[in-house]
Ligand binder design. Sequence first.
Ligand code: CA
Length: 176
Amino acid sequence: MKKHCLVWLLCLGLSACTGIGQQELGPATELKRFPLDSLDGVQATTGVSFDAEVSSDGKGALRVDATEALTVPLFEVTDVEIENAMLIYQASMQSENLDGQAYLEMWVRLPGAGESFSRGLDRPLTGTMSWIEVTTPFLLQPGQKPDLIRLNLVVKGKGRVWIDDVRLLRRSLPGS
Ligand SMILES: [Ca+2]
């Protein structure tokens, strides 16, 4: 757990340490899109439902009714080619009477180096919030080629959360 915290702090400090601002990154390229117009491909088997009435794209969204803190595994990606770039997990989220916080969590597995995570704790949802776009980034150095990317939704508390229009994006680094 200690190691994971350290990795997380490193991720949080990334922009400051590398001097990379969002504006210096190249345009976003879409690697994967999960529109959540059904529960197709969703890893979670409990605690989630498909809400056809409430969504950001008008075609339904995934809803979590949390009675306790939980991590919802959404998608696993193994077939993207990426290195030396910023990997970005993006989604639309909404909350209702959420007593706690909800945010994105991305686990990135690098061959020989194990898994590290990035969490969208800078802008979590809480209480009742209408649809906002949230992201969490992960910096991949040259030669760091993930073979597994896991996209989760973390709900720390009780309440209702919706997530829709999940995307995995690539943004090039300055000078690459
Ligand atoms: Ca949808």
